[in-house]
Design a protein around this ligand. Structure first.
Ligand code: TYD
Ligand code: MG
Length: 462
């Protein structure tokens, strides 16, 4: 291959920002120490893309309204939590990126997906660049039996992989992981930004050209030595992140980009000894182990995509022994908590300025929805007064700067979820009261509040 002009550039391994010189901090994503030098062959890069364009058949023009969608273009995985996050199954010819910390369970999830899809009669190819056949077999043994439709390949060369895909014609391909793959046409090391991008571009061509659905695993790395999945987000159809607390056994699969379905959809799984198990009722799961009659604990409802999820919020307020009180949050926004404490102090006279405050979303979830404001306020007040809230109560609502409680979206769905799990009282914005009443009459007692003062008054009476 004729080498073109080799140039040396610096890439941010976190976001893919390109620069001619080295910098300590990436100006795009503000990460420190992530710029790494790579040599790129400008000439080859150009000819590679133009060559690819030549291979494509001349695109035909069609009438949009006459394009038909067939249901069989989607393959159901049989794992409901995954199907929903994907937008109703695996779309033919789609490229899906599954990102997550090392060890979170990406390989397990995809191997289980292969198992299910293959059992339904589809041919799948699992390519691993990280583990040996024996290691994969050992994992597979924990997951149960596999049908003959699952092909396995331990390979890191993209050219060999493409060749195999063309020959074997699988319907679904898993590439585990993109950071171990390399293409001959790029000179830099596997895992570098240019390699990872080139490999993804090649897989994209394969996916669209041969109509195979490709899953790419991408590790999220703390150090800047390996390019993270964010570098690829713009190239793929769907981006899923697999997250969870290392210490807890549940895992959340979250879609952050989806060309075929809604984003912010989540799927909840539990890691067991024999693979990942779906958690069909996550609210119940999140609330398990909640203390009864403890001050500072309150249940609220957050919408994760189209799905209401009950979560427990905990507040701890105590006298500060330092000049500047300490405020700390886990799983929610610190700035928001500071703001709500200021609102409480100013609008309802709760003296919090000399207090340390800690707010915690239990179970390792991250919630930044303003609808949990009212619950944060209640948790703080409950802990400040050292008085437990009614055990069968949930609260949600957005708090404004003048202490007003503002309406939230999908209030009826949130209240219905609470009613389903046996909650008896629901504290909600007054402006949401009417539409809620119509939808869930009689299932749960609805208390509309229009200001923070109203809410505190209700608590005083209980
Ligand atoms: P893995 O899928 O290898 O993670 P990733 O590909 O994201 O790096 O999963 C690793 C963890 O999952 C490992 O710590 C072991 C655990 N695990 C179970 O608890 N049960 C199981 O059945 C399997 C297969 C793995
Ligand atoms: Mg893995």
């Amino acid at each position: 291959m004729a080498k073109g002009k080799m140039t040396s550039v610096f890439f941010c391994q976190s976001c893919g920002f390109e620069s001619a010189k080295w910098m300590g901090q990436c100006p795009a994503c503000k990460a420190w120490n992530t710029m790494v030098e790579e040599t790129v062959d400008r000439q080859t890069a150009k000819s590679a893309t133009s060559g690819r364009r030549d291979q494509q058949a001349a695109s035909e023009v069609c009438v949009l309204s006459e394009v038909t969608i067939r249901e069989q273009d989607k393959v159901l995985t049989g794992i409901e939590e995954l199907d929903r996050v994907l937008g109703g199954g695996i779309v033919q010819g789609s490229l899906t990126l599954v990102g997550g910390d090392p060890g979170i369970g990406k390989s397990t999830l995809l191997l289980q997906t292969c198992q299910k899809v293959a059992a339904a009669g589809h041919k799948v190819l699992y390519v691993s660049g990280e583990e040996s056949q024996v290691q994969i077999k050992m994992r597979a043994d924990r997951l149960g039996s596999f049908s003959g439709n699952v092909l396995l390949m331990c390979e890191t060369s993209l050219d060999v992989i493409s060749e195999t895909i063309r020959k074997q014609k699988p319907e679904i391909v898993v590439i585990d992981s993109i950071q171990t793959m390399y293409s001959e046409s790029v000179s830099s090391a596997p895992g570098s930004v240019s390699q990872v991008r080139e490999a993804t571009a090649a897989l994209l061509q394969l996916a669209k050209g041969l109509l195979v659905s490709v899953f790419i695993v991408g590790h999220v790395t703390k150090e800047g030595t390996v390019a993270g999945p964010r570098v690829l987000e713009h190239m793929v159809d769907t981006v899923l992140y697999f997250e969870g607390d290392r210490h807890a056994s549940y895992r959340i699969l979250r879609s952050v980009k989806n060309r075929f379905g809604s984003t912010n959809e989540i799927g909840v799984f539990e890691m067991r000894g024999n693979g990942l198990e779906e958690v069909k009722n996550p609210s119940e799961y999140m609330l398990s182990g909640r203390p009864e009659n403890a001050s500072g604990s309150v249940v609220t409802c957050s919408m994760e995509g189209t799905r209401p999820l009950l979560i427990e919020l905990q507040g701890l307020v105590c006298h500060s022994s330092f000049g500047i009180p300490r405020r700390q949050t886990t799983g929610t926004d610190l700035g928001r908590v500071n703001l709500l404490m200021a609102v409480l102090e100013k609008r309802s006279g709760v003296q919090l300025s000399g207090c340390d405050a800690y707010v915690n979303v239990t179970g390792g979830l991250k919630v930044n929805e303003p609808a949990i404001d009212l619950a944060i306020v209640m948790a703080i007040v409950s802990s400040f007064r050292n008085k437990a809230l009614p055990a069968k109560m949930i609260a949600f609502g957005e708090v404004g700067l003048s202490g007003e409680i503002r309406a939230v979206s999908q209030a009826a769905q949130r209240a219905a979820e609470a009613a389903k799990l046996g909650f008896e009282v629901c504290l909600l914005p007054k402006s949401n009261l009417n539409d809620c009443r119509q939808e869930i009459a009689g299932k749960i007692r609805l208390i509309g509040v229009s200001t923070v003062m109203d809410a505190l008054e209700y608590l005083n009476g209980n």
